[in-house]
Design a protein around this ligand. Structure first.
Ligand code: GDP
Length: 304
């Protein structure tokens, strides 16, 4: 068995590629982006992965459901309610259903499993925790929820990333069971700080991973992110803004690191200074073929 820890961008594209080659793997989704909107439980990464794997994702936007309408929000706006986050009507239905199921007493793991069944998924998609957990970005003047930061993208220095709830939150039992049954853990090209790092911040997880075979894929190509605020986050951290910096963040858990051909110049530095095996390939997943090829490459490295 394999366990993949994932966010909703690079992670979702990677597990999509992997799903064409294998079905005996589990996906652990970051729930640090979860947020309450209109009293509804929104789970951005879970939904992006679920929509991607079931083929209903709006590929152009990279989030939400294709051909969705925004009538509810337009009407809300006409009533004087204007929100910073865009949620389509079908997407809203998913959040309503999730919230109803949670209110009936089911755990987030059970609810996610039920939603995934309705979307026809045959690969386990498991929330990292059933407990309250929210990632906040601390700026010079205020702290804001990561989802709000991601959408509004305010300028300015990031002082800290706060994992609210991680003093009490536990990894979900299904997550621990998946790890127990896995020889290999894959860290896809997700944001190390606010997707994978959030999952790693849960008690026990980093220590369990030290005992596993772990292979990661860099989310940076030529020191740039494909999407999202990773570079801005790294700029204010102690990590170099390139795949070496990413490898250093994962140094204690990573056995193999896959970096893009365009960062091949960093191969020796990562190997020699961090003691991590490095392989280079094309990591840009523009097409379905790219996604599958990257997964093939990763699986091959795991066999040798
Ligand atoms: P989020 O939840 O939306 O932030 O998504 P993730 O954390 O899963 O992924 C965000 C990261 O994925 C960003 O840092 C991107 O640079 C990276 N990413 C997105 N697409 C690709 C890709 O095709 N190749 C690589 N190497 N990285 C990617």
């Amino acid at each position: 068995m394999i366990t993949v820890l994932s966010g909703g961008g690079g992670g979702a594209k990677f597990v999509d590629g992997l799903s064409y080659l294998k079905n005996n793997f589990s996906i652990i989704a970051n729930t640090g982006d979860d947020i309450e909107i209109y009293g509804l439980h929104v789970s951005p990464d879970v939904d992006t992965i679920m929509y991607t794997l079931s083929g209903v994702i709006d590929k152009k936007k990279g989030w939400g459901i294709k051909n969705d309408t925004f009538n509810c929000q337009k009407y809300l706006k006409s009533l004087g309610y204007d929100d910073w986050i865009l949620i389509g009507d079908k997407d809203l239905a998913v959040h309503i259903q999730r919230t109803q199921l949670l209110k009936s007493g089911k755990t987030l793991t059970e609810v996610t499993s039920e939603l995934c069944r309705r979307f026809g998924l045959n690969i386990p998609l498991i929330p990292m925790s059933d407990n309250f957990f929210q990632t906040f970005i601390e700026l010079e003047t205020k702290s804001i929820h990561f989802e709000e930061y991601y959408i509004k993208r305010p300028e300015g220095k990031i002082k800290n990333i706060i994992y609210k709830g991680n003093d009490k939150a536990k990894p979900s039992q299904a997550f621990l069971d998946a790890l127990d049954n896995s020889d290999w853990v894959i860290l896809p090209p997700s944001n190390p700080f606010v997707s994978i790092g959030t999952i790693l911040s849960l008690k026990k997880v980093r220590n369990i991973l030290k005992e596993k075979n772990v292979i990661g894929i860099s989310p940076l190509i030529r020191g740039k992110a494909i999407k999202g605020p990773l570079v801005q986050m790294m700029k204010y951290s102690d990590f170099e803004v390139n795949s070496y910096g990413i490898a250093k963040y994962y140094q204690d858990i990573l056995d193999i690191f896959v970096i893009d051909n365009l960062e091949a110049g960093l191969e020796n530095k990562i190997k020699n200074e961090l003691g991590i095996e490095v392989f280079t390939t094309n990591t840009l997943m523009k097409t379905k073929k790219d996604r599958i090829n990257l997964s093939k490459f990763v699986l091959k490295r795991m066999e040798t």
